[in-house]
Design a protein around this ligand. Structure first.
Ligand code: ATP
Ligand code: MG
Length: 506
């Protein structure tokens, strides 16, 4: 069969969706073939999630139509969309954390026995079968709230597999998955594809898009920009379609004069999480921490920030030994952490953009009992411009911003405290390629203006691009610190796999 003979599994036609002050979708059309992985790309705030929420019955469009096969349909609610074969795996997890895995998988469709009683035996048997198919390391009886974020994601995916899906939408599914979990996810997608299910896959990670997609559609500022066949295009063309220009991804190699030592860490240990870690960090310097998930990088950051108590070692700030018992202590000593899990640790979704940014410094801005509105708005404006945060106004609730713009708000919040030592954990997770390079430049600029910066990242190109030196972690140990001249992809990979040069020679 040729492409022309095949009918799309689903089709969106002329979709318009507006929110107060925002035209999120401006007449977008898109079709997904059966058995196709259709990637949807675009900058933060371009409208990707909104388009999929329209398809998934979470939003009603102002204009436009949806077809399944040849049939026009109205997606009245998420349940309705699911009944019509469209399953949505969300960017934000939407699980009932207090319930079991099995109850979450079959939420709203629990198997019943006579008299309407729940058939628990079947519920758990069916759930365990799906979990097994996904290679999950937990059972259907586990309580969802006690799982890791990655495992919660697997529960979301398991839930999608309970219906006879025509289309499955994945909205940034790999943002919090380890490499091993990603492999499993890609197998699941390959499997769905073989069964003729149409897949919409949203991600900012080009290498994933080029690995698994058949076609790529691009949105920009709510408008449809075009569809490319993956095999016939390249990253540069997609980037140009997304942001209207090419990106210079070379390393910003200019030399920055280093200042005094801002942070000294001596023999720092925290139980089994990491052991005997020592390093110095100077003002004007970016130190990257690279390693596999679980190598102890985040835990070091949390210990420096007072979220964990060290079991041994010393921390010195500007030459003075300090004891940091809490984040308040850390902030008072001029040390800030932009956490990895921004949803739970960084933002108040029901509060507006301005207040989220100025929250940590309300004390400083308070003149008597009143917070000065003007000063707060000025701070917000400054970071909106600097980070290119897309929002109609400072009054917008952070929960209404696109995923990547929410992350920029968190970064702005910690920057606005003007710390001397800034630790950023996975600074560009979920951030589009254009904003990503802006954030990399921003990190370099912060260093240039005298900040001492630690960047924790699982993306090697990111670490190599922003760091002056790179610390390689393996299994709770700092294996080696490379200078920019020494570091290569090869020796970095070796160091984080526990293969030091010596052991290789031996
Ligand atoms: N419920 C809402 N109320 C108001 N504005 C909204 C709402 N949902 C989305 N928007 C706005 O619509 C636009 C598109 O947002 P959307 O979440 O679709 O972006 P996205 O392409 O998924 O971005 P990201 O890559 O950051 O996830 C943004 O300007 C966003 O602020
Ligand atoms: Mg989104």
């Amino acid at each position: 069969m040729t492409d022309q003979d095949r009918k799309p599994a689903l089709r969106l036609e002329g979709i318009v969706k507006t929110f107060p002050g925002v035209r999120a979708l401006d007449g977008v059309s898109l079709s997904v073939m059966p058995g196709e992985v259709h990637a949807l790309m675009g900058e933060n705030g371009a409208g990707k999630s909104t388009l999929m929420k329209v398809l998934g019955g979470l939003h009603q469009p102002n204009e436009g139509r949806i077809f399944i096969g040849d049939e026009p349909v109205v997606m009245g609610s998420p349940m309705d969309a699911k009944a019509k074969g469209v399953v949505f795996i969300h960017q934000e997890l939407s699980l009932a954390e207090e319930l079991s895995v099995a109850e979450n998988i079959y939420l709203g469709q629990l198997p019943r026995k006579s008299f309407g009683r729940v058939d628990w035996t079947r519920l758990h048997a069916d759930s365990d079968a799906i979990l097994k198919r996904l290679n999950c390391g937990f059972g259907s009886g586990a309580i969802v709230g006690e799982l890791s974020i990655a495992n919660m994601q697997m529960v979301e995916i398991a839930r999608a597999l309970t219906v006879d899906a025509k289309a499955v939408i994945f909205d940034e599914p790999t943002a919090s998955l380890t490499d091993a979990e990603k492999v499993v996810l890609f197998e699941v997608i390959a499997d769905l594809r073989k069964q003729g299910v149409g897949i919409v896959y949203i991600s900012h990670r080009m290498e994933e898009i080029f690995r698994i997609s058949d076609r790529i559609s691009v949105l920009r500022d709510g408008a449809y920009r075009g569809t490319l066949k993956t095999a016939e295009t390249d990253e540069d063309e997609v980037t140009r379609l997304m942001i209207g220009r090419s990106l210079d991804l070379s390393r910003n190699a200019e030399h920055v004069e280093l200042g005094d030592v801002a942070l000294e860490v001596r023999g720092l240990s925290c139980g089994k999480l990491f052991h005997d870690v020592s390093f110095d960090l100077r003002a004007g310097e970016v130190l990257g921490f690279y390693g596999l998930v679980g190598a102890g990088r985040t835990e070091i950051a949390e210990t420096l920030f007072g979220l964990r108590t060290p079991t041994a070692g010393k921390i010195l700030l500007k030459g003075r030994e300090v004891t940091i018992h809490s984040p308040m202590d850390a902030i008072a000593h001029g040390l800030s952490l932009v956490p990895e899990d921004r949803k739970s640790q960084g933002l108040i979704l029901g509060m507006n953009c301005r207040d989220n940014i100025t929250l940590p410094q309300v004390d400083d801005l308070t003149a008597g009992p009143f917070v000065s509105d003007g000063a707060e708005i000025a701070i917000f404006d400054q970071y909106r411009d600097r980070l290119d945060i897309k929002t109609p106004s400072w009054r917008q609730l952070v929960g209404n911003l696109s995923g990547g713009n929410q992350q920029k708000i968190v970064i702005g919040k910690w920057l606005s405290m003007r710390p001397e030592v800034l630790i950023v954990d996975e600074p560009t997770r979920g951030i589009d390629v254009g904003s990503k390079s802006e954030i990399h430049n921003l990190i370099r600029e912060l260093a240039k203006s005298g900040y001492a910066v630690i960047v924790i990242s699982s993306e090697m190109p990111e670490v190599l691009r922003v760091s002056d030196r790179v610390a390689a972690m393996y299994s709770g140990k700092l294996m080696r610190i490379f200078t920019a001249d020494e570091v290569t992809e090869d020796n970095l990979v070796q160091a984080i796999s526990g293969l030091s040069e010596n052991s290789r020679v031996a």
